[in-house]
Design a protein around this ligand. Sequence first.
Ligand code: F6R
Ligand code: MG
Ligand code: MG
Length: 374
Amino acid sequence: MKLTLSVIKADIGSVGGHVAPSQHLLQTVKDYIGKRAPGLLLDHYISYTGDDIAILMTHTHGPNDEHVHQLAWDAFRAGTDAARKEGLYGAGQDLLKDSFSGNVKGMGPAVAEMEFEERTSEPFLFFAADKTDPGAFNLPLYLAFADVMNTPGLILSPKMSHGYRFVIMDVSNTTGDRIIELNAPEEIYDIAALLRDPERFVVESVWSRATGEQAVAVATSRLHNIAGKYTGKDDPVMLVRVQMNFPATGEILAPYTVGHFVGGGMRGSHQVPLMPVKLNTGISYFDGPPIVSSAGFCVHNGILTEPMDNFAHPFWDTVRDRVATKAIEIRRQGFVGTSMLPMNELEYTGISEKLGDLDKRFRIREAKPELTRV
Ligand code: F6R
Ligand code: MG
Ligand code: MG
């Protein structure tokens, strides 16, 4: 059967700062979807990562379906009302428009969707990250789909040896979706040249060149492009199909051992390492560190199994310890140099206002008359 996976996520309020949704808020969203899912959805799974709630849905209506998007939007609206009643912080933060107009894209919530012919067994992974932006997935996806040092399947599996097609978006462009398609392995240097700048160039999807099937869908929205001002980091979600013609689960997860530095953390303005965490983990140190969770599923006739918590395994404790050490180390550098994002990525206007004021106080020192030697 032709199945659609849709995941739509939003920050609609949290407890104790930008930390995690309240149980009541989460339950409100669950109840809302649960009541209205029959007839529209085949199945769903609702979870949180940091202060974001994600609604994962299975159905047969294809990507960008008005009714599916409307359901998620309305659930977030109902959640926002509950968050306001509880006095949660940032209630409705990511709902940037007042009324629904057919599609949640460009309205604040992050969306990742893909449609495919369901395999006999269809294993896939759902990732959600908080306190960072979609470019956080650039390096893990490059390593998993283009680097044989990470993914032995690229040489061991004949189907995988055909390589993968990367669709990369220039997320700084606000007039439309500016994309480029590049093939690995032939064009890996070109892919790397773009992905080195994760605030601007973001992997949107990855496709098998052997079969033409889609392997990956990443949410690429940039909230500050939509809102025209600071609204919090974009906190992306991603879907990855695994096994057979695609990398194995372990090959997709392996890059998260790096704990690479990503844009985000405190006030969305820093470089902090990405920590793989258990499902339904909140935020703590330095409004971070940026976190990523991963739930593994099999879906059959649209029905989801229970989620496997991929980063709950004891192996990841060592990684978490190392990422915590990296985070503390870079924070010792405070506001100077690479610990903070460049000017155009700062999510607050304080520094540019200060620099504007200080600019007026700069002066060119008058040259002293040269002493004449006798
Ligand atoms: C980053 C984030 C937080 C807030 C910070 C200040 O994406 O959500 O780090 O920027 O807690 O929040 P406000 O400005 O709401 O007090
Ligand atoms: Mg928030
Ligand atoms: Mg968030």
